[in-house]
Design a protein. Sequence first.
Length: 104
Amino acid sequence: MTESAFERLDDVVHQRTRLGVLTILAEVKSASFTYLRDELDLSDGNLSRHLRVLEDAGLVSITKSFKGRTPLTTVKATKAGRKALADHLSALQEMINRVQGESA
């Protein structure tokens, strides 16, 4: 039995903030915590929580370092994260096509 587009939606990816994080990371090699926070207009705590969910799911990798004496947290989409985003967007596109009466 073929899985429907709705069934292929990934609950981890689908949440608005996490989808935003993965979308930004799909466009770049990596992004700093502060860049993601500012682009998505989130608090530090809110972004931290969503990054933890993505990291626990293996969709992002997080590196903590220092730039001089300033802490620097860098986030990168993993190969699995890029695939999860692509699969999720494909399922969404299939649903859009169906609503618009186009063939998939």
